[in-house]
Design a protein around this ligand. Structure first.
Ligand code: NAD
Ligand code: ISE
Length: 338
């Protein structure tokens, strides 16, 4: 069986996901696309074997020619599309964030709980990265003892001027927040933000770099360094310190080059390159589950928890205070997968 997928939002990641759905993954094809920029949607569809262009997301979701939906439009539009997919009973893969406010995420949780089944998967692709998966396995095996600290560094080479300091928290650190929950198996209980000396490469309105301190519900601590004008490449680092050992992401190179009295390797240019395999594995898992009428992976609950922590992070950034995080009770629908 081939899963007919409709893609809403055909910007950078929408086009990258269309490429993998069309040329890399099995059991799926892109049957429909839409974008508020209809010319862009038409041009993307023109390069596909047989994709319809819909005038808007609601039409695409309602079409009998669409079995399942990828939402890759800007974050503020996600709630509307995810709720429409749940109402239509269609599996939806929603790029992060699940939604941009706690209230919007609440509405999505309420809708899924009322539907009585999970339909939403959130695009936290790091959970499908071999390195993070191995780290999690090591932690779970007890090899390093109880985890005490997680240090995460999230460095982007540069960002457009439109990016704000709050945006660095909700758009960039959201991945590290989810990774902390995934690796440590605990929720975030409180957030503080430290503001180091600013990079001279950053726009004048930007607190770059910034450091989040996340207090986890079991007492462990996470530090998140976000830097978005680091210049030298897209660099993702992570290390968990346990009672008797540590486990860290290794450098991702396959080769080491030696010449001119030095040695080195390549640093990825951006998230597409660094996480290319993780995105492939993530979307294949979604396709396989959706084809069997199931959902899998990061759930609406994970999306909700990350957004609530981001809200607290933004408050801590502006107030300079420690901000406690309070989550609603987790519905039984979102009990961790066995
Ligand atoms: P982008 O700006 O390149 O593309 C967004 C697209 O959405 C544009 O084509 C825009 O016209 C379209 N759009 C805007 N409003 C719309 C609407 N109401 N209906 C339909 N389409 C609409 O942005 P991007 O970098 O591709 O990011 C898209 C989403 O993916 C964001 O939520 C972002 O956070 C997420 N993202 C995730 C990762 C990751 O690593 N998982 C990486 C990049 C982006
Ligand atoms: C982008 O939206 C992503 O999700 C990338 O994974 C992240 O590294 C980048 O900072 C964000 O802008």
């Amino acid at each position: 069986m081939t899963l007919d997928v409709g893609v809403i939002g055909v910007g950078m990641i929408g086009q990258d996901h269309i490429r993998r759905l069309t040329h890399v993954l099995a059991g799926v094809r892109v049957a429909a696309v839409t974008d508020v920029d209809l010319d862009r949607a038409k041009s993307v569809a023109g390069a596909l074997p047989d994709a319809q262009v819909f005038g808007d997301g609601a039409e695409l979701i309602g079409s009998d020619d669409v079995d399942a939906v990828v939402v890759a439009s800007i974050g503020s539009t996600h709630e509307e599309y995810v709720l429409a997919c749940i109402a239509a009973g269609k599996p939806v893969f929603c790029e992060k964030p699940l939604a941009t406010t706690r209230e919007a995420c609440d509405r999505i949780l309420d809708a899924e709980v009322a539907a009585g089944r999970r339909l939403t998967m959130v695009g936290f692709m790091r959970r499908y990265d071999d390195g993070y998966r191995d780290m999690r396995e090591v932690i779970a095996s007890g090899h390093i003892g109880a985890p005490l600290l997680f240090h995460s560094a999230h460095r982007n080479p540069s960002v457009p001027d439109a990016v704000t300091s709050a945006g660095m928290v909700v758009d960039t650190c959201v991945h590290d927040i989810d990774t902390a929950r995934y690796l440590l198996g605990a929720e975030v209980a409180a957030v503080q933000v430290a503001k180091p000396r600013r990079s001279s490469r950053a726009a004048s309105h930007l607190q770059d770099p910034l450091v989040l301190l996340l207090e986890m519900s079991d007492g462990a601590l996470t530090t998140v360094e976000a830097a978005v004008n680091i210049g030298y490449g897209y660099d993702i680092r992570g290390e968990v310190v346990g009672e008797i050992g540590t486990v860290a992401l290794a450098d991702t190179n396959r080769i080491v080059l030696r010449r001119d009295g030095g040695f080195g390797g390549r640093i990825p240019a951006d998230w597409r390159e660094r996480f290319v395999r993780a995105y492939d594995v993530e979307l294949q898992a979604w396709v396989d589950a959706a084809s069997n009428g199931r959902s899998t992976g990061p759930s609406a609950w994970d999306g909700y928890a990350a957004t609530v922590v981001c809200d607290a992070g933004v408050e801590a950034l502006s107030s300079g205070q420690r901000v406690p995080v309070s989550l609603r009770d987790r519905p039984a629908l979102y009990a961790p997968e066995a």
